[in-house]
Each structure stands twice: as structure tokens, then as C-alpha cells.
Design a binder for this molecule. Structure first.
Ligand SMILES: Cc1ncc(COP(=O)(O)O)c(C=O)c1O
Length: 327
């Protein structure tokens, strides 16, 4: 995934309507005693927050953000939502699913070449009726121009386009993870840490806003060029959030050779979750997040009895479209 920001994607110049409900909430918070033991935590110290089980379109963290960005689309009277991402973008898949649920058209601008045989998220994008536009090997700027070109085309055809930012992240969309923080505090009032994958950033930003920087550990996946700046911008755009940058915990130790690669630690984390708890992770986000959790326990940053939540943000379809993956 190459970084690409749609116009106005960080702050929110657009309206701030009430969210539209697209998933089933609250998502379950499950104990994971066998995984806990395997990673060096006390058996009763690890929980998995199952945002992968939220209902819409195969589930995942993008649904909470889409509840806000789609509300903006509806408030603007949109007929078509347009978004962009990598060929295996979970956000693109869930945008297509959300659009279907809301009776809107969807156009996905995917950065890359069209594969001969669709796999993974792409199969689901097509099933949900999305129109897909391939950019070829485009720069972020070229992809942004394609988004604008498609929006103009929708207008010319008499429709109303609404652009959902890259990765679904804006300061407004981050409210979805302020909501999740509320769920977590109700489910586990004394939680010490939440560990989450960091891509375009709004998931971590919302958790930091809801739980405080000291309890949220983000694991960078290499999706954007300057994740620290990105997180700061998202937080700056949220009303009434005061966080000292120095308190933010964003771990860059799991990027490996880059976003698109499957790291050995991520492969091992996928095996561990599957073999200890029957929980499947995706190679790009959740496997890196669990690898980051494991590294932090090993390094002493998470203590054996700390009440630790691993946020399962979904993404499983990406496993079936990942070039490096074989069990
Ligand atoms: C499965 C999965 N987990 C985590 C993330 C990261 O979320 P965010 O983009 O809000 O940082 C993504 C983003 O693409 C994702 O697809």
C-alpha cells in the first residue's frame, strides 16, 4: 500500500453527522488463556477484542470508521462512494460492503495491476458489486488524481460522489474507536494495555483518545511513510483530545522489509494464534500486531500479570491474496 491521502482526509472539514449503524455491537471480548501462556503472560491476563466479528462484509476495524464516513456520505446526499487502497485493501472491501448495505454505488481505486485471477479481498469487492479502477504502478499523487477523475465522472453522469479517505482514516472516522474504547472500559474496566496494528492511523488515534496514550500500543505495519506525524495529525483534528506526543507508543519494530512482505515474526504469530486458540490472523496487520505484543512481553514492556487486550481488527481475506503466504 502506498500512502495516499484524499483531500481533507486528516481533519474533517465535512459535516459531523451521527454515525450510521453498520455492525453488531459490542463485539465480544474473549479470554485467550492458551495464547497468553504461549506468549509469556499469566493465563488470565490476555483478552482478544473480536472486532473481526462485527458482522458486515467479513468484519474488521474498518466498519467502525465507515459508520462515520458513510454517515457523512449520506448527509451529503451521495449516490456513490469512492475510495482507494492496495489491491488487497480490507478498507476497500468493507467500503464496497457498506455501500451495498446502504444502497450506494462504490468505486475502488486500486494501486497496482489487475491480476489475471482475482483472489482474497478482490473476490469480495467484485461480489459486492464494486466498480474497480486499476491505476497500474501509480504514485500517491497519481492515485489521488484518479480519485478526483472518477468523482468528476460521477458528477458528469448526474450522480453525487463522496470520497472516503485512504484507509478510511480521518479524525472524524477515529470516533469509531472512541466508541470501541467505551466498550472496552465497560467489558474490562481495569485494562492495562491494548495492542493494535497501525496502518492509516485512525484506529489507534481513536483508542488513544478514548483510553489515554499510556494504555495503547500501536504496531506500525509500514503502510504510511511517516506514521508518527500521521498519528499526531489525526489526534490534533479530534475535538478535546490533549495528548503529549512523547507519551504515544508507536512501535516500528515489526515493519521488516516493508508493508507488502510477510515477516518471520508475523508468520510465527499467525501459527501461534491459530494453534493455541483457533484464531486466524491476517499476514499484514493482525499478525504484525501479535508479533509486536510478543516482543513487548519479551522485552518487559508488558508484565506477566498486566491485563492486556489484543485487538483483532480482521483482515483475514488478505491471507488468500498474499503472495508470500503458505502455511
Ligand atoms: C485488518 C486491519 N487491521 C488494522 C488496520 C489498521 O487500521 P488503521 O488504518 O486505522 O491504522 C487495517 C488497515 O488497513 C486493517 O485492514
Amino acid at each position: 500500500m502506498t500512502e495516499q491521502r484524499a483531500v481533507g482526509s486528516v481533519g474533517s472539514g465535512a459535516a459531523r453527522p451521527a454515525p450510521v449503524v453498520l455492525g453488531s455491537w459490542p463485539t465480544p471480548l474473549e479470554r485467550a488463556p492458551r495464547l497468553a501462556a504461549a506468549v509469556g503472560l499469566a493465563a488470565d491476563a490476555l483478552w482478544v477484542k473480536r472486532d473481526d466479528l462485527c458482522g458486515l462484509g467479513g468484519g474488521g476495524n474498518k466498519v467502525r470508521k465507515l459508520q462515520y464516513t458513510c454517515a457523512q456520505a449520506l448527509a451529503a446526499g451521495a449516490t456513490t462512494v469512492i475510495t482507494s487502497g492496495a489491491p488487497q485493501s480490507n478498507h476497500a472491501r468493507l467500503t464496497a460492503a457498506a455501500a451495498a448495505r446502504l444502497g450506494l454505488r462504490s468505486i475502488l481505486i486500486l494501486q497496482g495491476e489487475e491480476p489475471e485471477v482475482p483472489a482474497g479481498n478482490l473476490v469480495l469487492d467484485l461480489l459486492a458489486g464494486a466498480q474497480i479502477v486499476w491505476t497500474g504502478p501509480a504514485t500517491a499523487e497519481q492515485a489521488r488524481c484518479e480519485v478526483e477523475r472518477q468523482a468528476e465522472k460521477v458528477r458528469r453522469d448526474g450522480g453525487i460522489p463522496h470520497v472516503i479517505p485512504f484507509g478510511g482514516s480521518s479524525s472524524f472516522a477515529a470516533q469509531g474507536y472512541v466508541d470501541c474504547s467505551g466498550e472496552l472500559l465497560a467489558q474490562l474496566p481495569g485494562l492495562d494495555h491494548v495492542v493494535v496494528a497501525f496502518g492509516s492511523g485512525a484506529t489507534m488515534a481513536g483508542l488513544v483518545a478514548g483510553l489515554g496514550a499510556g494504555r495503547v500500543i500501536g504496531i506500525d505495519t509500514g503502510a504510511v511513510a511517516d506514521p508518527d506525524a500521521r498519528l499526531g495529525e489525526l489526534l490534533d483534528g479530534m475535538p478535546d483530545v490533549r495528548v503529549r506526543r512523547a507519551d504515544l507508543q508507536l512501535d516500528h519494530g515489526q515493519v521488516g522489509a516493508g508493508y507488502a512482505t510477510l515477516t518471520p515474526a508475523a508468520r510465527e504469530a499467525m501459527r501461534l494464534a491459530a494453534r493455541s486458540e483457533g484464531i486466524f490472523l491476517d499476514p499484514t496487520y493482525t499478525a504484525r500486531a501479535l508479533a509486536g505484543l510478543i516482543a513487548r512481553v519479551a522485552g518487559g514492556g508488558i508484565k506477566r500479570d498486566d491485563r492486556t487486550v489484543f485487538l483483532h481488527t480482521g483482515g483475514l481475506p488478505g491471507l488468500f491474496g498474499h503472495p508470500d503466504f503458505h502455511a
